[in-house]
Design a protein around this ligand. Structure first.
Ligand SMILES: Nc1nc2c(ncn2[C@@H]2O[C@H](COP(=O)(O)OP(=O)(O)O)[C@@H](O)[C@H]2O)c(=O)[nH]1
Ligand SMILES: [Mg+2]
Length: 198
């Protein structure tokens, strides 16, 4: 897969406000700061496409990116960000669940976890939810450049076993590590059958 174009499309507050693209869609889920925006930028070969920062944003929006006119990345707000009111969190939870359960062309969730950290409580909660709802999912183990090469294989296997989905190393810094992840995306995309319109 050679990415020649990537474009930010829109930020939507809910499923209802989301356009239908008729393209296979991947949703990026993970804690704030795990590397969701960096993953999008790395795949898109555009360091400015999705905002990356150390300061997690407060905005609860689904950010849609069109990659190569062949698939969509939906960047979801990171979980584990406590500085919003319980009411806003509950509201968003409903919105998010609605999107994850009803979005027509959502073919696969990408659950991002940090290679350097043990699975956190909210990672495990997310994983339970994904399994309870029978969602298709792959795990991206981010910041893989931060762990020694000799540990990578075991780390990936451990994540895969703990979460019950295939896991792949990912690095926005050392892109050579990303080939198996990209291949997994391609495999998911190849299973997509577009809706016949008209
Ligand atoms: N070393 C390294 N740092 C990363 C990687 N991915 C993200 N980061 C850093 O982690 C921080 C959070 O990344 P970001 O993509 O904004 O996370 P998000 O909140 O999940 O969107 C930023 O400082 C990034 O530069 C990676 O693969 N390797
Ligand atoms: Mg982000």
């Amino acid at each position: 897969m050679k990415i020649t174009k990537a474009k930010y499309i829109i930020s939507a507050p809910s499923l209802k406000a989301s356009p239908v693209f008729n393209l296979p869609e991947f949703a990026l889920i993970g804690r704030s700061n795990v590397g969701k925006s960096s993953l999008i930028n790395a795949i898109a070969n555009n360091s400015k496409l999705a905002k990356t920062s150390n300061v997690p944003g407060k905005t609860r929006l689904i950010n849609y990116f069109n990659i190569n006119d062949s698939f969509i990345f939906a960047d979801l707000p990171g979980y584990g960000y406590a500085k919003v009111s319980a009411q806003i969190q509950n509201e968003w939870q409903k919105n998010l669940e609605n999107y994850l359960l009803q979005r027509r062309d959502l073919i696969c969730l990408i659950h991002l976890v940090d290679a350097r950290l043990p699975l956190q409580k909210n990672d495990l909660q997310m994983n339970e939810w994904i399994k309870a709802n029978n969602k298709n999912c792959i795990v991206a183990v981010t910041k893989a450049d931060k762990i020694s090469t000799s540990k990578t294989e075991k780390t990936i296997n451990d994540f895969s076993l703990s979460l019950g989905f295939k896991a792949y190393p990912f690095s926005a810094v050392n892109k050579q590590l990303n080939a198996p992840f990209i291949k997994a995306l391609e495999e998911e995309i190849s299973k997509f059958t577009p809706e016949i319109i008209g």
